[in-house]
Design a binder for this molecule. Structure first.
Ligand SMILES: C[S@@+](CC[C@H](N)C(=O)[O-])C[C@H]1O[C@@H](n2cnc3c(N)ncnc32)[C@H](O)[C@@H]1O
Length: 279
């Protein structure tokens, strides 16, 4: 467990990787060897799992997330989705690299609650990076340098790369130009994410449904951008209430009293697209 308040910005090797190694050798590792103390109490209650059996994925946690997965969060708003994962993982954030596009300064101006949330997930052992462009994840995560020097190993890659509600937020009024700008963001993201995905990994992108989001043609974007390396595996309805404390944020920021604090905008009409590597 990280010391409270200690700041770490880059992925660390250790308990999680040992746990993944053990898991590959044969099922789930014991509490002792995986560096994850399941009996440990956290800040979020009794430590008992509240979420059992997500019917659509067959996993114990929503959308099949698991504390043993190495997860890269892209384009976070106020980091509340990353915090929700940490909560679902019983206060364990060691497997998580959470990132946003904004600089730290801009983030705090846009979302008043971000600082408190970032502090919380760091205390749980998560790594946080600001100014990470979804179109250049290799550079943003700091792995480009390692790739140049010694090449990347399996341990550097991710089991899950997650971008919830991508939107470039440029305020483009013309619908066609707006769709194009968001398609370019998606394509850049897929092109970049495919390089960092473990062979059995998944890319999750959650979008609202309906116009104009359906016009983005996310499946075609993934296919095209990854030179057909990525295939669309499934679509799962996204239930924000499954992610404790998650509060969706818009790209332009959050204004108390003006914007909807709850997840009204995304409830009932959002879906997670899951992509895997073509075998
Ligand atoms: C609608 S908001 C969703 C925020 C957050 N994912 C959530 O679910 O609340 C869209 C997000 O996309 C991010 N974004 C826009 N362009 C980006 C880029 N090139 N790279 C990474 N993130 C980007 C914005 O900064 C913003 O946080």
């Amino acid at each position: 467990m990280a010391k409270k308040g200690r700041r770490r910005d880059c992925p660390r090797k250790g308990g999680l990787q040992q746990a993944q190694h053990n898991a590959k050798k044969g099922g789930r590792p014991s509490n002792k060897s995986n560096g994850i103390n399941k009996k440990k109490k956290n800040n979020f209650g009794s430590g008992k799992k509240k979420y059992t059996d997500d019917k659509e994925t067959g996993s114990m946690l929503p959308l099949g997330y698991d504390p043993l997965q190495r997860i890269l969060m892209v384009g976070e708003g106020n980091f509340s989705f990353s915090r929700a994962l940490v909560r679902l993982f019983e206060g364990n954030g060691f497997s998580l690299l959470a990132s946003c596009f904004d600089s730290e300064e801009i983030l705090h101006k846009k979302y008043q609650d971000a600082k408190m949330i970032v502090d919380e997930i760091r205390s749980a052992g998560a790594f946080v990076k600001f100014g990470v462009d979804a179109k250049d994840l290799m550079g943003g995560t700091g792995l480009a340098k390692k790739k140049r020097k010694e090449g990347l190993s399996y341990e550097d890659l991710f089991d899950r790369i997650v971008f919830n509600f991508p939107h470039c937020g440029l305020g483009i009024k013309d619908q066609d130009k707006n769709v194009l700008a968001n398609q370019q963001l998606l394509e850049g993201f897929f092109r970049s994410a495919v390089e960092l995905l473990r062979p059995e990994g998944e890319i999750h992108v959650t979008l609202k449904s309906g116009k104009p989001y359906d016009m983005w043609n996310i499946v075609g974007s993934a296919h095209r951008a990854s030179a057909k390396k990525l295939v669309h595996s499934t679509i799962v309805s996204f239930k924000p209430e499954s992610f404790p404390g998650y509060s969706h944020r818009r790209t332009i920021g959050f204004k108390e009293g003006l914007d909807k604090a709850e997840n009204e905008e995304i409830e009932s009409r959002s879906r997670t697209y899951i992509f895997v590597l073509d075998k």
